[in-house]
Design a binder for this molecule. Structure first.
Ligand code: KG4
Ligand code: ZN
Length: 345
């Protein structure tokens, strides 16, 4: 079985061809960094137009690289949401057109499910597992019970963790997306230089909404105030802010994840693995800290290779394979969904 996967929900136009034998025959991506650079963030209308410009060429190139024609495919998978609606519409319309013309199964994939299932493509990880989903739009702890069954333990009360990276980066003058630059600078900085807050880390009863909920707005404000106070910024000060910010994020993520691991041990002992996924999972410092925690809790740890952490077509193609294996083919009536929580699957 081999499937063409299309991802257009944010600022990456991505296309891949993946087989049920876990072979990635092609995995291409056009990043729209140049298109959005002068705006300091992703502009939805600019993104949709760029998807339109690049998608057909990328599909042709991916099929050429994989050495397959449409008649060799078993289905077309596409991100149906959540995401920037214009971009999702471009991908969905393209996938529907191909499905109609070539009489192929049309498979709508939830973008978050794509991230959540990536470790099954790369490492054949069995259900169930605890998932820390950390991206530009989300920060959640979930139990992945099946390819289409997710139990949400906690989510963010304000910003997503990737957003916190991007906003901090912007204050420091780094281009979007800021995560990689912060990670790089942090290696040269002192993580104790600034005592940034760790919202919700306190565990006393009645002091927090949920032991699994995240909050990053207090951290964001503290970073902004600190940067204002220490201007002009030297290279060393920038590195110190990055290291201190990243350490605070690490503490927050670790505390929530440990609470979730504890909850699993008490309530769902069959959940014996921790998976981290989404763009922020590309961060080596955070991966290292999570790895240390799982050793203490004696659970296995999986993280996709860095290139498959950020948005890509392979994760969508793979999630499509999991759907087709369950005969979950979608109707061509499907309407793109800007909001689509995983629990609704
Ligand atoms: O999953 P993704 O590619 O897109 C969404 O679905 O949101 O995640 C993008 C996010 C951005 O906020 C970006 O700054 C962050 O992932 N990111 C990182 C790193 N690489 C990407 N954050 C921290 N460290 C990194 N190395
Ligand atoms: Zn994503």
């Amino acid at each position: 079985m081999q499937i063409l996967g299309i991802e257009t929900s944010c600022d990456e136009t991505a296309v891949a061809i993946v087989t049920d034998q876990r072979e990635i025959k092609a995995n291409l991506m056009h990043s729209q960094l140049k298109e959005h650079a002068s705006y300091g963030g992703v502009v939805p209308e600019v993104a949709s137009r760029a998807h339109l410009d690049y998608l057909d060429g990328l599909i042709r190139q991916a099929m050429h690289e994989a050495g397959v024609g449409f008649s060799d495919l078993n289905g077309i998978a596409v991100t149906g949401g959540p995401g920037l609606i214009g971009g999702v519409m471009v991908g969905v319309m393209m996938a529907k057109s191909i499905a109609v013309v070539h009489d192929l199964p049309f498979l709508v994939v939830n973008h978050l499910a794509g991230h959540a299932l990536t470790v099954r493509l790369t490492d054949d990880v069995a259900f169930p597992y605890l998932l820390l989903l950390v991206s530009g739009g989300h920060c959640q702890l979930l139990v992945v019970e099946e390819s289409d069954r997710f139990r949400l333990l906690g989510t963010t009360m304000d910003d997503a963790v990737g957003e916190a990276f991007d906003k901090t980066a912007r204050l420091l003058g780094f281009p979007y997306p800021g995560g990689p630059a912060i990670e790089k600078y942090a290696t040269k900085g002192n993580p104790d230089a600034f005592a940034f807050p760790r919202p919700l880390v306190v565990r006393k009863a009645g002091r927090q909404a949920s032991p699994f909920a995240f909050s990053f707005s207090g951290l964001k404000t503290a970073v902004r105030q600190t940067i204002e106070a220490i201007k002009p910024l030297s290279e060393q000060k920038i590195a110190d802010v990055c290291a201190s910010f990243q350490a605070a994020v690490g503490d927050i993520l670790l505390n929530r994840t440990e609470n979730a691991l504890q909850w699993c041990r008490d309530n769902a002992p069959q959940v014996d693995k921790l998976v981290v996924a989404g763009g922020v999972a590309a961060n080596q410092y955070l991966r290292g800290r999570l790895q240390a925690v799982v050793r203490q809790h004696q659970v296995a740890f999986y993280a996709p290779p860095v290139a498959l952490c950020t948005d890509n077509g392979a994760m969508i193609a793979w999630a499509g394979i999991e759907k087709l294996q369950k005969s979950q083919v979608d109707s061509l009536d499907f309407a793109p969904r800007p909001r689509w929580p995983l629990e609704e699957l």
